[in-house]
Design a protein around this ligand. Structure first.
Ligand code: FAD
Ligand code: UDP
Length: 396
């Protein structure tokens, strides 16, 4: 008998498997319908021996010490700060839009102070920032919005920015200084030996069994289990009873070139021309030395593997109906980007999984010791995640 059947071996499923086995001594069966572990973060050496991310570039960044310390148990890190250029008006300029972006685009030599005044002049007044268009035009005006955001967003989502929640383009800040890093989190690093190696170490526990190439529906009635952790698309779990919840897909075109380096930074975005949104050169991310180089092009698609929830009001309403249904599944816990329909980065999924684990462990404690007496969930996370930490450093 397995204590848990875990559906999906990505971040959500693997963190929970590790915690439940290592932290609580549970017997866990992890299954994934793909032929590998790691979910969308899976990486592997391609035919040329270059480490690539099969499902597009995955750059790790977090400001959570708890998440970073937790993953540090399973990997060493390579410091890496991601930089992105956008191909606009025949130039490659920094994204997020910063002082150099504007100066190079318009042949100006503004100071930060002057750029603030420039933005104030071109910014549109928006009464209430609701959409992805509002976010950008209210900060940098319509012209920069059209050059950097409108085309990219339409291509990526098949929707105009005015049809998407503000949270989508709000992921990309605007700066008046020269900081050209894509992220500003306190921890920015890549797993030194890759994501897959990290996942292997998370799942290497005698209480954890892993089966790949297997849909959970093939197993759920055959193998006895007490509870399920489900990390797949929530609408699929319920056979789409309320209709399909939109998930945006991508097609990845991987290519290896006979040159050591092809672009100046990890990713180049193509907001306006080309059918793809961006090209990423993996060696920037991984630091690998190799005479050749591998890149991936991302082509947005309506159909295909579900990669992105699509944040907009009607989808939130539909998700809410499915979320109500999840409450009827007493033995099943829904977690992760697809199962909770959240546009989460990896670190947010890890945090969400650690939180669920803390709740499950606190529930077990209270079954054994009586009610936890109003203990906060933060307390439970640090207690249950921190109690077998390896580096002897306090989890914060
Ligand atoms: P997933 O990784 O999707 O894992 C779910 C697993 O469940 C899958 O492996 C799937 O095969 C399996 N599954 C589904 N249904 C079934 C079933 N019926 N039976 C068995 N198995 C099933 N995040 C960052 O922090 N930084 C980045 O740079 C970044 N870049 C990204 C780039 C792209 C192109 C994409 C798509 C995402 C990116 N992300 C990034 C987000 C990151 O991929 C996710 O936050 C994270 O991988 C989600 O983990 P998860 O476990 O929730 O889901
Ligand atoms: N975006 C854009 N132009 C850019 C970069 C991003 O319009 O040059 C918008 C686009 O809608 C994109 C969103 O901002 O989907 C979030 O960008 P991010 O790089 O975070 O996307 P992800 O890496 O998650 O695909």
């Amino acid at each position: 008998m397995f204590d848990y059947l875990i559906v999906g071996a990505g971040f959500a499923g693997s963190v929970l498997a590790e915690r439940l086995a290592n932290g609580s001594g549970k017997r866990v069966l992890v299954c994934d319908k793909r032929p590998h572990i790691g979910g969308n973060a899976f990486d592997h050496y391609d035919d040329h021996g270059i480490l690539v991310h099969k499902y597009g570039p995955h750059i790790f960044h977090t400001s959570s010490d708890i998440v970073f310390d937790y993953l540090t148990r399973f990997t060493a890190w390579r410091p890496y700060e991601h930089r992105v250029l956008a191909s606009v008006d025949g130039q490659k300029v920094p994204v997020p839009i910063n002082l150099d972006t504007v100066n190079r685009l318009y042949g100006l030599s503004l100071t930060s102070f002057e750029l603030e005044a420039f933005f104030a002049k071109v910014a549109e007044h928006v009464e209430q920032v609701k959409t992805s268009e509002d976010v950008v035009v209210s900060k940098v005006g319509r012209e920069l919005y059209e050059k950097f955001f409108r085309g990219y967003t339409r291509k990526q989502w098949g929707l105009d920015p005015s049809e998407l929640d503000a949270s989508v383009t709000a992921r990309v800040p605007t700066r008046t200084n020269r900081d050209d890093r894509y992220f500003t989190d306190t921890h920015q690093a890549m797993p030194l030996h890759g994501y897959t190696r990290m996942f292997e170490r998370m799942l290497a526990h005698p209480n954890i069994k892993v089966v790949t190439n297997t849909d959970y529906r093939e197993l759920a009635d055959l193998v006895p289990w007490r509870e399920m952790i489900y990390t797949g698309p929530v609408d699929a779990y319920f056979d789409h009873v309320y209709g399909k919840l939109p998930y945006r897909s991508l097609e990845f075109r991987h290519e290896t070139l006979n040159t050591a380096r092809v672009q100046a930074v990890g990713t180049v975005n193509y907001p306006n021309d080309q059918a793809y949104t961006r090209i990423t050169e993996f060696k920037h991310l991984t630091g690998q030395e190799h005479a050749k180089t591998s890149v991936v092009y991302e082509y947005p698609r309506a159909e295909g593997d579900p990669y992105y929830p699509v944040p907009r009001p009607e989808n939130a309403a539909l998700y809410e109906k499915y979320r109500e249904l999840t409450k009827t599944q007493e033995r099943v816990h829904f977690v992760g980007r697809l199962a909770t329909y959240r546009y989460y980065n990896m670190d947010q999924v890890v945090a969400q999984a650690l939180k669920l684990y803390a709740e499950l462990a606190a529930r077990d404690d209270s079954d054994h010791e009586g009610a936890p007496n109003g203990r906060s969930i933060e307390h439970a996370v640090s207690r249950h995640v921190g109690r077998d930490r390896v580096h002897g450093q306090p989890s914060r």
